[in-house]
Design a protein around this ligand. Structure first.
Ligand SMILES: Nc1ncnc2c1ncn2[C@@H]1O[C@H](COP(=O)(O)OP(=O)(O)O)[C@@H](O)[C@H]1O
Ligand SMILES: [Mg+2]
Length: 228
């Protein structure tokens, strides 16, 4: 591999045999950091275990500010696992272990003095399967804002729903239960909820897999807006 590229490597299940793990580039290499873009995340020799099962081996990657970074690889290669390492969501799964180094703005993300709840507030996540709160559409958006002590007024609700291309479909039923929405609408609500609290980073795990092509394009445009 040329020296001017950063390898993003994850282990694919097909390569696991008799406890010996090899690592192949499952994600395209990309150019070195451009301009002054600062490094937000850096993984160095990152391994991850679910019990005895090694799901990530020797992941080395830099993720830069104001960029959209996409992880591409076959199902089961560890994309979701890696994403969950970035905001300590894997902590919630018993029996897991992280080895190697993972830093956020140069600070060890797994250090004992780092509060995982604070990490998750700063690093938001949208999951592949929509997971709205069992509350009204409006409360799904205002809940996190209130918890963070941020302003949670009607303007903010409209602003984030417009960004997530959901406003026109829900503006007359903000008090209805979020579960009454379709799967694609629930996912756009979860995206609106994630951006409402203005996290520094948004991790999206295949967020558009339940969306139609028009909503997908709109979400891609939103991602471009968020990084610009
Ligand atoms: N909670 C879990 N417990 C045990 N193994 C898991 C768990 N989640 C994922 N895995 C395993 O880790 C590997 C990577 O999974 P995942 O990160 O979900 O891959 P991807 O997102 O690339 O499809 C798979 O072999 C999967 O079965
Ligand atoms: Mg996944």
């Amino acid at each position: 591999m040329p020296e001017d590229v950063i390898a993003r490597t994850v282990t694919t299940p097909s390569e696991r045999s008799e406890g010996e793990l090899t690592t192949t580039p499952a994600v395209q290499a990309r150019p070195e950091p451009r301009g002054s873009h600062e490094v937000v995340f850096e993984a160095e020799h990152l391994d991850f275990h679910y019990g005895k099962f090694k799901a990530l081996q020797d992941v080395n990657i830099q993720i830069l500010r104001h960029e959209i970074t996409a992880l591409i690889g076959p199902s089961g290669c560890g994309k979701s696992t890696f994403l969950r390492c970035l905001n300590r969501m894997n902590d919630l799964i018993p029996g897991t272990r992280v080895d190697g180094k993972l830093s956020f703005h140069g600070q060890d993300l797994n250090a004992s003095d780092v509060d995982p709840v604070d990490v998750r507030r700063r690093i938001g996540m949208v999951f592949q399967k929509p997971n709205p709160f069992p509350k009204s559409i409006r409360e799904n958006l205002t809940f996190g804002l209130k918890v963070n002590g941020q302003k949670a007024d009607d303007d903010k609700v409209e602003e984030v729903l417009r960004k997530a291309v959901l406003w026109d479909e829900v503006k007359d039923k903000l008090k209805q239960d979020a579960f009454a929405l379709s799967g694609g609408q629930q996912q756009r609500l979860c995206i609106a909820r994630a951006i409402a609290v203005e996290p520094e980073v948004i991790l999206m795990d295949e967020p558009c897999s339940a969306l139609d092509p028009i909503s997908t394009l709109a979400i891609e445009d939103l991602m471009q807006d968020l990084v610009s």
